[in-house]
Design a binder for this molecule. Sequence first.
Ligand code: C2E
Ligand code: CA
Ligand code: CA
Length: 579
Amino acid sequence: MAKVKNMIEKDPETHKKNLHPRACLTLVEALHDGLLVLVENCIFFANSAGARLVADNSTEAVIGLNLSTLLHPESQDAFAQMCQDLNAGEKEYVRLELRFLRLDTEMVFVEATCGTTSFDHKSSIYLLMRDISRRKIQEKRIHYQANYDQLTTLPNRSLFYERLKHEIVRASRQHSHIALMFIDLDRFKWVNDTMGHPAGDELLRQVAVRLKGCLRQSDTIARMGGDEFTAILPDMTRGPHAERVASQILDQLSMVFMLEGQEAFISGSIGITLFPDDANTVDDLMKNADSAMYHAKKEGRNGYRFFTPNMQTEALERMQLEKDLHCAMSRNELIIHFQPIVNLSSNRIVGAESFLRWHHATRGWVAPDLFIPVAEETGLIGQITEWAIRLACEQAQGWRELDGFADFFISVNLSCTRCRELSTDDKIPDILRQTGLPPTALVLEITENILMEDEHRAMAMLHHLRKLGVNLWLDDFGTGYSSLSILKRLPVSGIKIDRTFIPDVNHDRETEVLVEAIMSLAKSLERMVIGEGVESQSQVDFLRQRGCDMVQGYFYGRPMGFEEFKSFLYHWRATPTDV
Ligand code: C2E
Ligand code: CA
Ligand code: CA
């Protein structure tokens, strides 16, 4: 070792000369790293590792090629900058990452150390390259997993937020408009519950493909989770374009889906908000699109709604209502009103329907149509319904002790969401046992909506209730869309003709024909018919002539409080009106 050192130090020039070029080449060939020498960007020299890295080819094959023709577009700028820096003599060497376009593999990334040298008396650039593809692919995979939804391959929530932020900055700079859409599938839960999770997954995948097909390349469609999707449409020409896209999406969603060989039908509800017209922050835009979507859903699904400022006020009001409803029970603000039900052949009061009433401390009376949906969404409906059934059963049992009302029954409206739980708990048998009311004296009024989400489970629950001996009536009959077909299968003993038909009997022949058809259908299926919302003698006569069994409505009495109802019963018993 010392000997060699001595030799070099003594005569460095001779040492250099003695280094045989062939020996150097052998060394360079043996390198694991790739080496390229470029003259005017063309490959002048390459070792085997270098030729393999950039083109998966022999050194002979790559000599003379312009390196930029082998580079991936995303590396072109970095490469050009590197050449410029080195040629200008600004830097001694540059380290950078380059990506090569190789036909045989998906991607090749190298880490290159580049500098200038002279080769064969020509000024040239050398690149010493190490393969880092494995690490880059790993990084890409991690990035993909963090930013894309595995099931649909759409951007996920986090990438969506990032893109939205980016688009807002861009649109502010360019004074352009963005539309943000919230797309929620209707009936997805139904598909998942009845056809199974693999079918549900398949549906989401197919939905993703259809949604993508409705958008431009520059738009973003993301899956936020579950059956919620969002879309960012930059460079909007205000409303009309968003409107077109929304209708196209709805059309696409309403076409049949084939899931594991079976047909499935769904629809979607879309909320749209515009930047900067409606809001200019990510949070506010998200809130707006969400409330607009909520409105679209509330208005019967399969539709779209643009955000309007009063939706914000409504959302705030709803939140306040929600808070107040939580306290309403403990403050005794909820009460029940009763409306008499009259048997048309005996002309006697045979029962009553109970209605929830909320007397708010400052707002006064709040309509059930307003607060019951809130109670359903917050889950309070369970507690409220249980309380209402218990109270109604107690009162009814009391009235049954009055002379002439031994068979008196009480009917209670059952909300869809509450219905579903009733198959699993024993609340109703408990209430009946504790109040002493026979099961046959309790009627539960359901609507066909309960079959919408999960028909199997709803049917099982209804049969369970029937087994307890409780009566079921189908409320609001004639307003739904599948009424006639489902009536045959539902274990209900009576149907209530929707009150919206009644004002038109004796006036409108079409309504009369419809009511007559409903009645004859109910009769042939051996179901009782109850007319509600009856306000005049002529309406009573019409219904009686067609064989209606029972009626209720303002003509006999409005829904009233407990004391008032009790005196109403006394009065009726003393002077039954002969109608
Ligand atoms: P519904 O079950 O169809 O109730 C009938 C509605 O018609 C009641 O309105 C009743 O007050 C009203 N009504 C009764 N007779 C007449 C009449 O002769 N003419 C007219 N125009 N209307 C009449 P209300 O009390 O506002 O209830 C609205 C809806 O809220 C009910 O429709 C029902 O779906 C729901 N609801 C009421 N109470 C309850 C409850 O305790 N639980 C649940 N889940 N829903 C309830
Ligand atoms: Ca009802
Ligand atoms: Ca009704």
